[in-house]
Design a protein around this ligand. Structure first.
Ligand code: GAR
Length: 195
């Protein structure tokens, strides 16, 4: 059985989709939900499910990413996960942190990478007049949002879409894609999932 830690910054809907998938014959189980924001809504949801949580507020550390990560690592190492999933975790990680979890660090990003790494993906897709949008699960490497792709799900962009309506359509697919990728990845299979 593989042990999974999930890092979040917000509501944690992807975290919940992952947690809810890890039952029965799934090859993994959640061992820790951690956040850089003590007020992240996802922490309360994890607690309600009796999953251990940790919060390390990044703000007191200012620009010292390493000191923040050292504190976060303290909690992660105590949980000893095999796989680390970023699920709406909005802090950039240092190369040292990424290297430590190389090959077992996943992220979900709300665009069809390599299109639109970084922020404001839906606004950029709409501004470009794209007819298709989606989400990507990828392995995290030192290059932002550019690691090997482990899965993608596509949705149409519809006439009249706003950032919010498009984001909601994509998020719905995120909740299908991330669990599908994690299940495969935890079983040792890196063949990409395309939905
Ligand atoms: C998701 O749409 C995720 O793809 C995005 O943040 C949202 C988190 O929602 N992640 C990024 O933009 C990473 N750069 P959630 O907290 O409900 O899962």
């Amino acid at each position: 059985m593989k042990h999974v830690a999930i890092l979040i910054s917000g509501g944690g809907s992807n975290m919940l989709a992952l947690v809810n998938s890890m039952t029965g014959d799934h090859p993994a189980r959640p061992v820790l939900i951690a956040s850089n924001d003590p007020a992240a809504g996802g922490l309360a949801k994890a607690k309600a499910l009796d999953i251990p949580t940790a919060a390390v507020d990044h703000r007191p550390f200012g620009k010292d990413r390493q000191a923040f990560e050292a504190e976060l690592l303290h909690h992660i190492e105590a949980a000893n996960p095999d796989i680390l999933c970023l699920a709406g975790f909005m802090r950039i990680l240092t190369p040292g942190f990424i290297q430590r979890f190389q090959g077992r660090l996943l992220n979900i990003h709300p665009s069809l990478l390599p299109k639109y790494p970084g922020l404001h993906t839906h606004t950029r897709a709409l501004a470009a007049g794209d007819t298709e949008a989606g989400c990507t699960v990828h392995e995290v490497t030192a290059d932002l949002d550019a690691g090997p792709i482990l899965g993608q799900a596509r949705v149409p962009v519809l006439p009249g879409d706003t950032e919010d309506t498009l984001a909601a359509r994509v998020l719905h697919e995120e909740h299908r894609l991330y669990p599908a990728v994690l299940r495969r990845f935890a079983a040792g299979d890196r063949t990409p999932v395309f939905l």
